[in-house]
Design a protein around this ligand. Sequence first.
Ligand SMILES: C[S@@+](CC[C@H](N)C(=O)[O-])C[C@H]1O[C@@H](n2cnc3c(N)ncnc32)[C@H](O)[C@@H]1O
Length: 315
Amino acid sequence: MTNIKQTPKSEPKARQALPASQVQSALLPEQSPKLLQALHLLTRGGDLNADALRKLKQINHLYGLLRPLLEPLWISADGEPDAAPLLVDAGAGNGYLGFVLYELLLGPLGRGELWGVETRSDLVARVRQRANELGFSRMHIAEASVAALQQGQVPELAGRKVEAVVALHACDTATDDALLLGISQQAPVIAVVPCCQAELARLLGGGSAVRTPLGPLWRHPMHRREFGAHLTNVLRGLVLEAHGYQVTVTELTGWEHSLKNEVLLARKVQNRNPLALRQLNDLLDQLPPLPMRLLTELGLVTADGRAPEPTRTEE
Ligand SMILES: C[S@@+](CC[C@H](N)C(=O)[O-])C[C@H]1O[C@@H](n2cnc3c(N)ncnc32)[C@H](O)[C@@H]1O
């Protein structure tokens, strides 16, 4: 009989650490070990432990996806320097992504600001201190929720135009708050790597809706969680498209690094996209009423999850 709980013969790559002598191989060109040291991603001996390596790989990969989207924001069509961009890192945590974006993009650019938004005061204080120590004078962080920023309640940013919103594993619906922020600001670039997402699994529920033709997709609690997460990201993509964004959905890093591995990259290319709105509405029509906050906030469904009157397809 096959023992399905066999222990792997060798540790998977994600569990491996990098000794100091090999750390350079994990860095991007122009990325400095000094930054990793300041962020405490390196051990005292200069090694990268397994968790730090996994985080660095995620961030560097995301940086590689973001760079071609962000660079056009600050170079005008004739190649001349454009305005100073304001970038927001929603649910910044320890600010790793922001520090990398600053070191490799905003620092060399010499203008623009990066603002993290984070609810935890201990993390906010740590990011502030490190940005200060590193001399990253245009990197800031606000102790606030993403929703508060979107509602104009962060005084330093109230009324200011945001060029890009990024959110790496912002918990649950904080990803949707980041999308709302970007969409309401018509930010040219929005990029999210969603985290755990429980809202739709809860809304789909296990009640009578499971007896509809599509109901078996979420009848079992485990399927409900997975289908709910998948549907959440499908709806997020369609919402972005309906608001004139060109959306790419891709992988962040191999599954051995993180289970939360989907990236939605969005670039504003037009005002609205009626075809995407129709697709969104057609999909919603197949499902039980879903008063998902992202949809209700944007007026795409009513508070009870139904099509707004007279029809949802109206522009
Ligand atoms: C999983 S961590 C990811 C942190 C960081 N982006 C990273 O990838 O390393 C999520 C962070 O989002 C913060 N957070 C959760 N909900 C938030 C909200 N509504 N507004 C702002 N920050 C939030 C949490 O405190 C936490 O630090």
